[in-house]
Design a protein around this ligand. Sequence first.
Ligand code: PGA
Length: 235
Amino acid sequence: MLQSINIMIYIIGNWKSNKIRAEVQHWVSAVSGKFPTSPSVTMIVCPSYVHLSLLEKMNNLQLGVQTLSAFPQGAYTGAISASQVKGIVSYAILGHSERREYFEETDQIVAQQIRQTLEAGITPVIGVHQDNYFSQLSQLDTKELSQCLVMYEPPEAIGSGEAADPVEINIIAQKIKEDFNIKAVLYGGSVTSANITSYLALKSVSGAVVGSASLKPEEWIKMVEAAVLLSATKV
Ligand code: PGA
């Protein structure tokens, strides 16, 4: 009998440089045991490094970081290498547009970070937009690309409350997948519980990267509920 295989849906909370210790503890107790799970939904939270240990014991939640060093471990003061977070996180957001803008990360630097991350067995989540996806992904070979998730985030949609048009996002996600043999494309930019389903339902989009809404426990629970509901039908 033919069985349809459900596609994996990713929900990634990108906490950026937010939350002090007590706020993380509050988030953990507010969401623990309150969100549904599904084998077809991967839930990932990317807090600041200093808070990783507070989230490590949560069930059904994978961890990620928001950047990693382009260098291996060694004499690179202040840097955190991929090998140092191996075994703690499974994902690493790399090349977020805020890293490119405020920390001057280039396509080349991000490509080096991606290689370090892959060597450590961590899945890169590569931040791109319309103007840089081609130059960024062209830096990688076919084998590297096949292990990467791509998060497509129009800069004007990030933190603005003006989420991009889902129809346009589906077209560009399809184009990226035609051009490059990557694992999946996710959308990010002003995603909330009110609009997440319109992105998760898109044929060429496999998940959402959520910034500010993921900081709120009640929003996180609702977004996971929406993903689990949708995962039952998305094939
Ligand atoms: P936002 O951030 O959801 O607050 O727009 C998304 C992101 O930058 O990853």
